[in-house]
Design a protein around this ligand. Structure first.
Ligand code: S6P
Ligand code: ZN
Length: 186
């Protein structure tokens, strides 16, 4: 592979890149309020929750993969739009996030049970240490756009994240947000 440079646009897109689009109907189970999911699907049809532009980097040792993610603003019931979230298959690999636009939170948890929430917004850098699963939430009114870079052979484990959850849910409240511990009824 030869060195190259590419453009990251104002809108957060990378070109060339593979684009992954996550619609509500595909990721409906990540949201707590299934009645709200049904209501949206019925009234709007479907909804684009987020998209990921993944640079075409070999998934091989030594390479650094990177992407941009755009999470569109919105809620499902009271819960803000968010990514599915994952652990890395190779648990000992970390990741760096750089906020390009918008306001968000990064939810992190370890399989042992501890969880953390850190801000991710325009101009901020967030570090995901090895062994921490991660999910991103848009708590603002505009798209949350961030850049991420990770060891290209890390792999993505969605099943463990789905089974364990992230410890907290991020809900709209008044003019801000509130964190609800998972399992607690509102
Ligand atoms: C990859 C990195 C991001 C996410 C993207 C979507 O390691 O963390 O590129 O893939 O933000 O999230 P998810 O959980 O659907 O892969
Ligand atoms: Zn990751």
């Amino acid at each position: 592979m030869k060195p190259f440079a590419q453009i990251l646009t104002e809108q957060g897109t990378l070109q060339p890149a593979s684009v992954l689009r996550r619609y509500l109907s595909q990721i409906r189970h990540i949201f707590a309020n299934q009645r709200a999911v049904e209501a949206i699907l019925k009234s709007e049809g479907d909804r684009l929750v987020y998209e990921v532009y993944v640079a075409e980097i070999p998934e091989a040792e030594g390479h650094v993969a990177y992407s941009t993610t755009i999470i569109y603003p919105g809620q499902v019931g009271d819960e803000y739009h968010m990514t599915k979230g994952h652990f890395h298959v190779r648990r000992g690999t970390g990741e760096v996030y750089f906020g390009l636009r918008g306001r968000g939170l990064l939810l992190l948890r370890r399989e042992e049970g501890d969880s953390e929430v850190v801000p991710l917004e325009e101009g901020s850098v967030a570090y995901v240490p090895p062994f921490w699963g991660h999910r991103t939430v848009n708590i603002g009114q505009e798209p949350l756009i961030f850049f991420a870079a990770w060891p290209a052979d890390a792999g993505h484990d969605y099943e463990t994240a789905e089974r364990l959850g992230f410890g907290v849910r991020v809900l709209h409240a008044g003019r801000g947000y509130r964190l609800e511990r998972e399992g607690e009824e509102p």
